[in-house]
Design a protein around this ligand. Structure first.
Ligand SMILES: *Cc1c(COP(=O)(O)O)cnc(C)c1O
Length: 396
């Protein structure tokens, strides 16, 4: 028997739920790519994206997934043989570094702990030792979607400044833009990249890169530039140059609608919503963890992200639980990836999510734990409800 019939609910950390209004925005014919609405759409997107990154710098839009955004970022500011320092805190910064290595960059990884955020003191120490100033850029993620960590980008900036090091600070905020505060200019981030399909509630296929003046200056000397990714080409006056070819129109229609929704909510309120739903999730997980079969991957509460919660299942394959949630309840919960493959599951609370969606996911997981006889503290969902009932008041 199952109770899965009905709308299947996707609770993986990307792609995330696409709002109906965003889906509907795509349901229209292609339009002229040389004039009128298309040119106007590009104008508003290139105006609004820097505001989303909180920068007065420039933004670029690519028909690409996040990996494309990584390549765009690296190839526009670096040259063959230069060195970058990757700050490990899970899968993604290291993946970005692997891509840089294939492009011909020397990559040094500052090893991290999968259960902790990047240690700013270790960054300061490594940079202070780089007396020859060989490190040209630092690659780090704000949220690592595998480990569930959020890194303290302002603290990493302070570490760079304490060593008085000129390296560019390059941040991946694919899993945090629109979910958690990000302040590109205030935090002196030089290059930021993101993607459409996580906090931005849009189908996969668009990558965004933002660059400040320091990044644009580095761009002048970078020899990894290629025509498709090249910022100079994309800054040209002719409209098709903004996309290096035909604009991915329908994804742009979708993005416009998603940005309108995000602007209507306001970034601070969106961040607060994510914080509340994430904490509600953590309250449930904390309760379940009392049974000692589950545990938070990120050990320090302040380092747990508001976009995704990674839950360890020590000594137990999480597959039967995830299968149960999917086939018996209609909820797709994220698998562990990288080092945590077969050892964890991930609950997404990112993008177009609200209280009933999270109660549904948490309820299905709790039902699975009970039905499969996996030891757990009970009333996790109740703990989530109680927390939100206290925090979400009729006035406020
Ligand atoms: C999802 C993700 C990526 C990769 O994005 P793709 O669209 O799958 O290429 C990169 N960085 C982070 C932090 C992510 O969560």
């Amino acid at each position: 028997m199952t109770v899965a019939n009905g709308r299947e609910f996707l609770s993986i950390p990307g792609p995330t739920n696409i709002p109906d209004a965003v889906l509907q925005a795509m349901h229209r014919p292609a339009i002229d790519i040389y004039s009128g609405d298309m040119v106007e759409l590009t104008r508003t997107l290139l105006e609004d994206l820097p505001a989303l990154f909180r920068t007065s710098g420039r933004a670029f839009i690519y028909a690409a997934n996040g990996h494309g955004g990584w390549e765009a970022a690296v190839s526009n500011v670096l040259s063959r043989g230069e060195t970058v320092l990757v700050l490990e805190s899970g899968v993604f910064a290291v993946g970005w570094g692997d891509m840089a290595r294939m492009l011909g960059v020397k990559v040094e990884v500052l090893r991290g702990d999968w259960q902790r955020a990047v240690d700013p003191a270790a960054v300061a120490q490594r940079l202070a030792a780089d007396t020859a100033r060989e490190i040209k850029a630092i690659l780090v993620v704000q949220v690592d979607t595998a480990s569930g960590v959020v890194n303290d980008i302002p603290a990493i900036r302070r570490a760079i400044d304490s060593a008085d090091h000129p390296a560019l600070l390059m941040v991946d905020c694919v899993a945090s833009l629109g979910c958690m505060p990000f302040e590109m200019d205030a935090w002196k981030v030089d290059v930021t990249m993101s993607g459409s399909q996580k906090g931005l509630m849009t189908p996969p296929g668009l990558a965004f890169v933002a660059a400040n003046d320091r990044a644009l200056a580095a761009h002048q000397k970078a020899d990894l530039r290629t025509r498709y990714w090249d910022w100079t080409f994309r800054m040209g006056e002719v409209h098709y140059q903004k996309y290096g070819g035909t604009p991915p129109q329908h994804l742009l229609f979708a993005l416009r609608q998603a940005l309108d929704m995000l602007q209507a909510e306001g970034l601070p309120r969106a961040a607060r919503r994510h914080g509340l739903l994430a904490e509600a999730t953590r309250r449930a997980v904390a309760r379940w963890a009392e049974g000692e079969a589950l545990a938070f991957n990120i050990t320090k509460p302040a380092e747990r992200s508001n976009s995704v919660t990674t839950v360890l299942t020590p000594g137990r394959d999480p597959r039967p639980l995830l299968d149960y949630c999917r086939t018996h309840c209609g909820v797709v919960v994220g698998v562990g990836i990288g080092e945590l493959s077969g050892k964890a599951f991930r609950i997404a609370h990112m993008g177009h999510v609200n209280a009933p969606m999270m109660f549904g996911v948490l309820g299905a997981i709790e039902m699975g734990l009970a039905s499969l006889g996996i030891p757990h503290g009970s009333a996790g969902v109740q703990a989530a409800v109680d927390y939100l009932a206290r925090e979400v008041r009729p006035q406020g």
